[in-house]
Design a protein around this ligand. Structure first.
Ligand SMILES: [Zn+2]
Length: 170
C-alpha cells in the first residue's frame, strides 16, 4: 500500500524530507506515552500554535475516565481550545505517535486543524490513510496537511510492546 500525501509525495519520499523539529517533539511524546502505558494504550498528542508553542497536550484516558471519547487527540483539542478560546485550529499543528482513528480524524477536520503529524500508521483503524483517508473524502470541508511516519519504527515498537504485554497478562 502506498500512501500519497497532499503534496504528492509517496511515503518513502515523505520520510526523506527534513522533519527534525517534529522528531524532537515525537521523542517527548514517546516518553510520555511510555509513562501512560502503565494504565492506558500509550498514545500522547500535543498541539502547537502558529509560533510552535505547545498549547495542548493529551494522553489516552479511555480507561481512567471511563470515557469512549477519551482519546489523546480529543483531550489535547479540549485543552488547546480552552487556551485559545476558539474551536478553530487552522494555524495549528497536532503531533501524535499513532495515526488518528476515524473519530479523531473527523474531530481534527471539524477543528480545521492546519497540520497533522503522526508516527506509526494504523492499518486497522487509521482515519488518515492507514485504513481510510477521511481527509480526502468528499465530506471533508477542510483540507489538512498530513505527514505520517515520523519516528515510525520507534512509535510502532512502543505500541507492539504494549500489546504484547497485554496479551501475556490475559
Ligand atoms: Zn482516536
Amino acid at each position: 500500500m502506498k500512501y500519497i500525501f497532499e503534496n504528492g509525495n509517496s511515503k518513502d519520499q515523505q520520510k526523506k524530507t527534513n522533519n527534525s523539529k517534529y522528531t524532537l517533539w515525537m521523542n517527548s511524546i514517546l516518553r510520555r506515552s511510555k509513562e501512560i502505558g502503565k494504565v492506558e494504550l500509550p498514545i500522547c498528542s500535543i498541539i502547537l500554535d502558529e509560533r510552535g508553542r505547545c498549547i495542548g497536550r493529551g494522553v489516552n484516558k479511555r480507561n481512567i475516565n471511563k470515557d469512549p471519547l477519551g482519546h489523546a487527540e480529543i483531550m489535547a483539542l479540549r485543552q488547546a481550545s480552552l487556551i485559545k478560546n476558539d474551536w478553530r485550529f487552522n494555524e495549528c499543528t497536532i503531533i501524535t505517535n499513532l495515526e488518528p482513528c476515524t473519530m479523531c480524524s473527523s474531530a481534527l477536520i471539524q477543528a480545521r486543524m492546519g497540520k497533522v503529524i503522526f508516527g506509526a500508521y494504523d492499518k486497522k483503524r487509521g482515519g488518515l490513510g492507514g485504513s481510510i483517508d477521511l481527509s480526502i473524502h468528499e465530506s471533508a470541508h477542510h483540507k489538512m496537511e498530513i505527514i505520517g511516519g515520523i519516528l515510525e519504527d520507534e512509535c510502532s515498537q512502543t505500541l507492539q510492546i504494549w500489546f504484547k504485554k497485554l496479551r501475556t497478562q490475559k
